[in-house]
Design a protein around this ligand. Structure first.
Ligand code: ZN
Length: 90
């Protein structure tokens, strides 16, 4: 069985992660923003445990995670929301 989200960041550098914490807090995280912190060969599945919810502080505990494509003009909006889900740890 393949690991969910065994996808390298560099392969999806024009995509956005749409995540929703178990507390209901949702956030959009541009993969391009993750690439400022992670190597391109890092798997999405390795990044998820390091994402902490800015509302409840749970880490890596999501109702859903989706990899979505956003138009460039919408991606700017996603970046504005990126701070809502903090990237912590390594
Ligand atoms: Zn939360």
């Amino acid at each position: 069985m393949s690991t969910p989200f065994a996808t390298r960041l560099t392969v999806i550098d024009d995509m956005t992660l749409s995540v929703e914490c178990r507390c209901g807090h949702a956030a959009l995280i541009g993969v391009v923003d993750l690439l400022e912190r992670y190597q391109g060969n890092t798997m999405v599945s390795e990044v998820l445990p390091a994402l902490a919810c800015s509302r409840c502080s749970r880490r890596g505990s999501f109702k859903h995670v989706r990899i979505v494509f956003m138009l460039p003009e919408h991606r700017a909006l996603a970046h504005a929301h990126a701070a809502e889900m903090r990237v912590v740890g390594t």
